[in-house]
Design a protein around this ligand. Sequence first.
Ligand SMILES: Nc1nc2c(ncn2[C@@H]2O[C@H](COP(=O)(O)OP(=O)(O)OP(=O)(O)O)[C@@H](O)[C@H]2O)c(=O)[nH]1
Ligand SMILES: [Mg+2]
Length: 304
Amino acid sequence: MAGSKFAYVRNFELPDPLLPGTFMVFRLDGHSFHRFSEKHNFAKPNDLRALQLMDHAAQDLMEEYPDIVLAFGESDEFRQVQVIVESRLLCGASLELGSETVTPFTKMPEVLDTTEHWRDIANHPSSFQDPTSPWLICKDRVDFDLPFHVFLLLYPGEQQVRDYFAWRQADTHINNLYNTVFWALVQQGGETTTQAHATLRGTVSKDKHEILFTRFQVNYNQIDERFRKGSVLVREEITDSVDVSLPPSSQQGGHTAGDAMTEPPRTKIAQTKRGVKARTKAIVLHCDIIKDDFWNARPGILAG
Ligand SMILES: Nc1nc2c(ncn2[C@@H]2O[C@H](COP(=O)(O)OP(=O)(O)OP(=O)(O)O)[C@@H](O)[C@H]2O)c(=O)[nH]1
Ligand SMILES: [Mg+2]
């Protein structure tokens, strides 16, 4: 076979390595999410439960993949950075990695059904009132039918990564401001969607703030930061004063069902030189990542 006249086609199997020392960004974006949100009657412009669900899935993902150092989510998308210290991955392998990464998102119903996150959200009274609620559907394990686009991007330096996330957060702000005014015009102002688009045509940010304030008594700057800034996930170390000289069963055993609610099952545990138990946990923030403060407070976040 090797010497056959067909063997030349193997020359097309070129290696396509991911560059070592680069930042790998996974971009996950719900496919045709507008249909999904219509079908399941999502609150407009922002469905809090949907956003919480995305945060939980991203958190689970960060617990599972320690290489992910930062994630940013808004609407139907999440972007996550992994630092590639050394890479021998070929294109096929990286794509495979991409689909592995998307798994927790595509398996949201199971994620919710099997962890305390489901209970958190299900405890929200409105979860059970609406028979078309996606969370109710999740719980019954009806086909969730929510595919994601997965993109893989490589950035050579920290500045590009910072700019990339700044771009996403600026976009979150622009979209959310537009959507907030748009749905206020429709839901409270009685305009049709066509009229609302026409009202907003040619307006700048200041005009939109003004419409919200004068017509609907809404101060945009007081709207939940989650909606204005998106979700930022970072890893944070939590240190307990548990003595590591205790046998493992004494340290981790004895948890009650109640403990499981407060301690995520996949939290990374490491022993420090100080003899205390150090854990890292992915936490969700709704803060500015465009200005320097976020980065100054976390020096080395992109160092892996
Ligand atoms: N009502 C409501 N809709 C949402 C919410 N989050 C996302 N969406 C919808 O999801 C869409 C996400 O934008 P896109 O990713 O550009 O649209 P898409 O339909 O997923 O299209 P593709 O990504 O190109 O497949 C928004 O335009 C909204 O229609 C939400 O919290 N509430
Ligand atoms: Mg989408």
